[in-house]
Design a protein around this ligand. Structure first.
Ligand SMILES: *[C@@H]1O[C@H](CO)[C@@H](O)[C@H](O)[C@H]1NC(C)=O
Ligand SMILES: *[C@@H]1O[C@H](CO)[C@@H](O)[C@H](O)[C@H]1NC(C)=O
Ligand SMILES: *[C@@H]1O[C@H](CO)[C@@H](O)[C@H](O)[C@H]1NC(C)=O
Ligand SMILES: *[C@@H]1O[C@H](CO)[C@@H](O)[C@H](O)[C@H]1NC(C)=O
Length: 450
């Protein structure tokens, strides 16, 4: 009797233990009875839900493998001043929970279930560059497969810090990093892997990004360096997201108008130097350019010195220089026509040299009719100095009327010479201006292309 009782007690103990351990044995199979009639029985998952505070592993020396993936669904804003990139990510995390498994045949063919995410343990994967509180919506669900594989997807508005270099604005590319890492678990407890290849992530992201906004996705690369913090080693996956600005808006609104203004400024050198209109015209251009810069200022990045600012400064200085040149030539002409100072001999010969038809000013060398035709057509009023000196010496001994006339002619000749000199200066400065403009613009274009 005693033995029977002991046997019964032992048996009931065994039964109790086995009932208690049910769903906690080697297989942790979930009891699906009744799922076909009443839906999922919450009691069947109670044992799993009760463990959500702990990392779900059978042996704590086994690290949990979390595979991650993401889809970049929008590039919302790039803030060069704060060095922040705002984007929208769909993050996917996949890991195994060994305490969940069921036999789909027993469970009316259910292969996977959705379970509210707050009932399960979730890995604490975060993005190291994130500079904002986690804006993940609450009340997300996870997919649980019959083998215990858990798929958790969360949409995240990510504000991440990124080293933005706006030197090449608006033709700039940025290389931002998203580093996925566990906040707490070291490599002993958590290892990271990839759900899919990085080119698949790139392709999906390209397909998903519908916006034709300012930024376009160039490509995504990845690296998997481990991170040491103190003596702890953390697993992490670094994604390099390369994005490129679409420059067309800035080309149309900034570069083209400014180039037109500079071109008009250069062309205004063809207005005759004697004309009263040249200086006012250039001042108007300068004023217009300043208004343009004021209006377009908010299109420029708020910080740093992009090359385009250098370009604008260059355009402005070209205009200022051309205005100064006009003022100088106007002054020269004024002096020349009112009270011409005597012209130094070297300047005179230089002028003659420079304005001779074989040299710069008069195009093709035409030696045949050098003295009469060409000097008069190219440089009206300019005569050979020897002839002039001869005239001057001969005029000294003539009668007063003739001397007066000679003096007038001489003065007129000097005026002509100075006017001549002004025109030569104007041409010369214009060429220098063109040379400077061309070389600086070529330099900037070359810099932009590197
Ligand atoms: C499953 O649970 C039901 C009650 O919910 C119970 O009757 C049945 O015996 C259990 N099946 C197994 C295999 O534990
Ligand atoms: C847990 O895993 C470690 C290393 O894999 C092993 O040495 C240990 O025996 C395991 N413990 C149990 C209870 O299985
Ligand atoms: C993670 O990815 C690796 C390699 O692709 C794979 O072997 C492993 O089963 C995956 N683990 C999970 C939990 O998805
Ligand atoms: C981004 O930067 C990383 C490291 O600095 C580099 O390995 C990667 O190739 C860069 N990506 C692009 C597209 O330039």
């Amino acid at each position: 009797m005693q033995r029977w009782w002991l046997l019964l007690r032992g048996f009931s103990l065994c039964l109790t233990v086995s009932l208690l351990l049910q769903g906690r044995g080697d297989t942790f199979t979930i009891n699906c009875s009744g799922f076909d009639r009443n839906g999922v029985d919450p009691a069947a998952f109670q044992a799993v839900f009760a463990r959500k505070a702990f990392r779900p592993v059978l042996n704590y020396s086994i690290p949990t493998h979390v595979n991650i993936s993401f889809t970049l669904s929008a590039i919302l804003e790039v803030n060069a001043q704060l060095q922040l990139l705002t984007s929208f990510l769909w993050m996917d995390l996949i890991w195994d929970n060994p305490f969940i498994s069921w036999n789909p045949k027993d469970c009316v063919g259910i292969n996977k279930l959705t379970i509210s995410a707050e009932n399960l343990w979730l890995p604490d994967i975060f993005i190291v560059e994130s500079m904002d509180v986690d804006k993940t919506p609450s009340g997300l669900t996870v997919y649980v497969s019959s083998e215990g594989r858990i798929k958790y997807g969360k949409p995240t508005r990510l504000t991440s810090i990124c080293n933005l270099d706006i030197f090449y604005f608006p033709f700039d590319q940025q290389n931002c990093t998203f580093t996925f890492s566990s906040f707490l678990y070291t490599v002993d407890s958590m290892l990271l892997g990839m759900v899919k290849e990085v080119w698949e992530i790139t392709d999906t992201s390209r397909d998903v990004i519908q916006t034709q906004g300012e930024w376009e996705l160039l490509g995504i690369n990845k690296a998997t360096p481990k991170m040491f913090v103190g003596s702890n080693l953390y697993d992490q996956i670094v994604f390099y997201v390369a994005i490129r600005r679409r420059p067309i808006l800035y080309v149309i609104n900034l570069l083209v108008p400014s180039s037109f203004l500079v071109a008009i400024d250069a062309l205004s050198f063809f207005l005759p130097a004697e004309s009263e209109n040249r200086a006012p015209f250039k001042i108007t251009l300068l004023l217009g350019y300043n208004v343009f810069l004021l209006m377009m200022n908010d299109l420029l990045p708020a910080s740093g010195t992009p090359l385009i600012s250098v370009y604008f400064a260059l355009c402005l200085s070209l205009m200022v220089v051309s205005l100064l040149e006009t003022i100088f030539i106007t002054y020269l002409l004024h002096v020349a026509t009112t009270q011409p100072p005597p012209m130094p001999q070297w300047l005179h010969s230089l002028l003659l040299h420079c304005s001779s038809p074989t040299k710069c000013c008069c195009g093709e060398p035409q030696r045949g009719n050098k003295d009469e035709g060409l000097t008069s057509t190219c440089l009206p009023g300019l005569k050979e100095p020897v002839e002039l000196v001869g005239k001057m010496s001969s005029s000294a001994e003539a009668e007063p009327a003739r001397a007066q006339q000679e003096h007038e002619a001489q003065k007129q000749h000097l005026v002509d010479l100075w006017v001549q000199f002004s025109h030569v200066m104007d041409t010369l400065l214009f060429r220098l201006y063109l040379l400077f403009m061309a070389s600086s613009i070529i330099t900037i274009i070359v810099l932009w292309n590197t």
